[in-house]
Write a protein that binds this ligand. Structure first.
Ligand code: TYD
Length: 395
């Protein structure tokens, strides 16, 4: 791995602080957020990894069911899975609060979710749930209890696991001969194009490209047969994978197309990443200038969506509560808490909290359309948004 980007010292992204922790001046854990490119594997990853146990514990705050965009995307995919693959047994790695599995017959799905506060949600709804980390021991346990699975799905999870060899070895072990693996994660190409450097934080160990995925799965005799571009999480890719030995499924032209696009963008070359670094540094300067200008006019600025992504941005750009008064968010486990590092307060979302606000920083820029639709009144009254994607600007 060769380093191309330094985003400074950062707190652990999803560790929102309670009032008591702030009062007691709780010492937060910081790590050096550096990002590198591996010329051999074509993988892009953060260089200093935080152990999984420190991140995915019994009080993990992220809930995928909190966003309509995500639940609708899962619903659409579920229909497609039933229609096209009609699997007898589905395994979801990183099932979160069950927003995908709720679309399936309970007897046909197995959930894997190491965060116990989330695993309990699907367990209580009657889904077979393993509150454990995905590895070969768990794969063995599941196989002995349920035999092989014929569809494995994992969204925004595999990029959170450092040891990809263990991930794919375990998948390989449990997937039936004609089984299908579907992975979806933020797209590195979209991240580069949008200068979305906030896709990097301690949990996002990798931001995948097709180039990187192809390299790793080939080691396990797995093969891509289709890819789909998604709007979720600021531009994601859904990878459809089968065993190389399974010749019943034809390889869609989309695979070649995406590969071509990535090569055209020179994603296999280090130079592309060093150029990205220059864009990130420029983005920081421009965002700081916008905040400075608006604040000088004594305008009230708040944040919308206290995302893990905005933790990277605010800490990297050194924007604190003197500038951004508070965040609003709908996630119960985040609200009435404080942002890691910057200690900006997170209010429970209520429309009236926007009444005297002049500018809103789009922490959840990936839900821009959903938020704009919801906040028509704010926009009508002359309220403005600040975003750093793809270049810092006021909307
Ligand atoms: P997301 O972008 O998925 O998170 P992360 O960067 O942490 O992976 O999270 C979106 C956040 O925005 C989530 O905390 C919920 C919040 N949100 C609202 O408060 N209101 C909304 O209308 C939407 C769409 C999201």
């Amino acid at each position: 791995m060769k380093k191309f980007l330094d985003l400074g010292l950062q707190p652990l992204a999803n560790k929102y602080l309670t009032r008591k922790e702030i009062k007691n001046k709780k010492k937060e854990q910081f790590y050096h957020l550096e990002v590198g490119f591996d010329n051999k594997t074509k993988l892009v990853s953060i260089l200093n990894k935080v152990p999984s146990q420190k991140m995915f514990d019994n009080s993990y705050p992220y809930r995928s069911s909190m966003s309509k965009t995500m639940t609708e995307s899962f619903k659409k995919l579920s229909k497609k899975i039933i229609r096209v693959f009609n699997p007898k047994l589905i395994l979801e790695i990183g099932s979160n609060d069950g927003s995908l599995v709720k679309n399936f017959n309970k007897k046909k799905v197995i959930c894997v979710e190491p965060c116990k506060n989330l695993a309990i949600i699907t367990k209580n709804k009657g889904f077979k749930t393993y509150a454990e980390y995905w590895n070969i021991n768990l794969a063995k346990k599941i196989k002995s209890n349920h035999q092989k699975v014929d569809l494995i799905y994992s969204a925004n999870t595999l990029s959170h696991i450092a040891n990809l060899d263990s991930v794919f070895k375990s998948i390989n072990y449990i997937l039936s001969d004609d089984g299908i693996l579907i992975i979806e994660d933020p797209s590195l190409l979209e991240c580069l194009k949008r200068v979305a450097y906030d896709q990097f934080y301690n949990e996002h160990i990798y931001v995948f490209s097709l180039l990187g995925i192809k390299h790793i799965i080939n080691k396990y005799n797995l093969e891509l047969f289709n890819v789909e571009k998604l709007k979720t999480h600021g531009g994601s890719i859904r990878y459809f994978i089968k065993r190389a030995s399974n010749s019943k499924i034809k390889i869609h032209n989309n695979v070649k197309k995406q590969l071509k696009v990535e090569l055209k963008y020179k994603m296999d070359k280090f130079k592309t990443y060093s150029e990205f670094k220059n864009k990130v540094e420029k983005s920081k300067k421009q965002l700081k200038a916008i905040f400075g200008k608006v604040k000088n006019k004594n305008k009230k600025i708040i944040g919308y969506g206290s995302t893990a992504k905005s933790v990277t941005v605010l800490n990297y750009c050194n924007i604190k509560s003197e500038t951004l008064e508070y965040f609003v968010d709908t996630t119960p486990s985040k609200t009435k808490k404080y942002m890691p590092g910057t200690h900006i307060y997170i209010n429970k979302y209520e429309k009236k909290l926007l009444d005297d606000v002049d500018y809103i920083f789009l922490g959840a820029w990936n839900f821009k359309e959903e938020i704009f639709k919801k906040e028509k009144k704010f926009i009508r009254k002359g309220g403005k948004f600040i975003t750093h994607i793809p270049t810092p600007r006021i909307i």
